[in-house]
Design a protein around this ligand. Structure first.
Ligand SMILES: COc1ccc(CNS(=O)(=O)c2ccc(S(N)(=O)=O)s2)cc1
Ligand SMILES: [Zn+2]
Length: 260
């Protein structure tokens, strides 16, 4: 019988060769098996306080588009959840696919979403800078939010409208007053586990907090992500799609849930 084999081949150099930290024991992303996650009653609600005026600019760094924040003070911070202290927001970015059938980095019971948002925070108590925190054990906290195809997302649209200005690698556009809290689902439930960056330097410095409930975005908004380019102006154009890392082995880790 004829069956459609859907597959995708990551063509971007970054993901072409399966980049793995030699001897890595806590790499990301992973497939979260809901039934294997362990409810932890000691997990507190996550507290998020973002100051919209700390938003600086958007830029295309050659594997995603990234919104950078002023992290010179404790203005945009998260605390609670599995965290011992507060962490400062440094940047957020997304990963997505060429089509809606794939795109997220993490999976839930092998379910893939068309895109995933990562909000990257660093620990100003144990590190003196973001660059230092990247190398520290649990120096970073990344909140992952799944995107699913559905209703138009009004908060995201402000971001989408700026994307044509950062079409090419290493382009930048000013982006002021944006509150990334609008990209958070209202449901407080999350999973958490110890992992790594999913792009170089792949350091095992991340406490991951993955929100259970996805946010909805519409087809046009996803298509706008796919209009971006991996390539610089003047180079042969390569569409920025499939910028996600393959699943990594869970090894000796337990995923905890904040909910029963
Ligand atoms: C040495 O200076 C440096 C070194 C490396 C970076 C990369 N940026 S980063 O560390 O924020 C992240 C890489 C991958 C992330 S993911 N997909 O896991 O959320 S976050 C920036 C500055
Ligand atoms: Zn990411």
């Amino acid at each position: 019988e004829n069956c459609l084999v859907t597959c995708h081949v990551n063509v971007h150099p970054l993901w072409q060769s399966e980049l793995s930290v030699s001897g890595g024991t806590r790499q990301s992303p992973i497939n979260i098996q809901w039934r294997d996650s362990v409810y932890d009653p000691h997990l507190k609600p996550l507290k998020i306080h973002y100051d919209p005026t700390t938003c600086l600019y958007i830029w295309n760094n050659g594997y995603s588009f990234q919104v950078e924040f002023d992290d010179s003070a404790d203005k945009s911070v998260i605390m609670g959840g599995p965290l011992e202290n507060h962490y400062r927001l440094k940047q957020f970015h997304f990963h997505w696919g060429a089509i809606n059938e794939w795109g997220s980095e993490h999976m839930v019971d092998s379910k893939v979403y068309p895109a995933e948002l990562h909000l990257v925070h660093w620990n100003p108590v144990t590190s003196t800078s973001f660059e230092e925190a990247i190398m520290e054990n649990n120096g970073l906290v990344v909140i992952g939010v799944f995107l699913k195809l559905g209703a138009h997302h009004a908060g995201l649209q402000k971001l989408v409208d700026a994307l044509p200005a950062v079409k090419h690698k290493d382009t930048i556009v000013e982006f002021d007053v944006f509150d990334p809290s609008c990209l958070m689902p209202s449901c407080p439930d999350y999973w958490t586990y110890d992992g790594s960056l999913t792009t170089p330097p792949l350091t095992e410095s991340v406490t991951w907090i993955i929100k259970k409930t996805p946010i909805e975005v519409d087809q046009n908004q996803l298509e706008e992500f796919r209009m971006l380019l991996f390539t610089s102006a003047g180079e042969e154009e390569k569409r920025m799609v499939d910028n996600f890392r393959p699943l990594q082995p869970l090894m000796n880790r337990t995923v905890r849930s904040s909910f029963r």
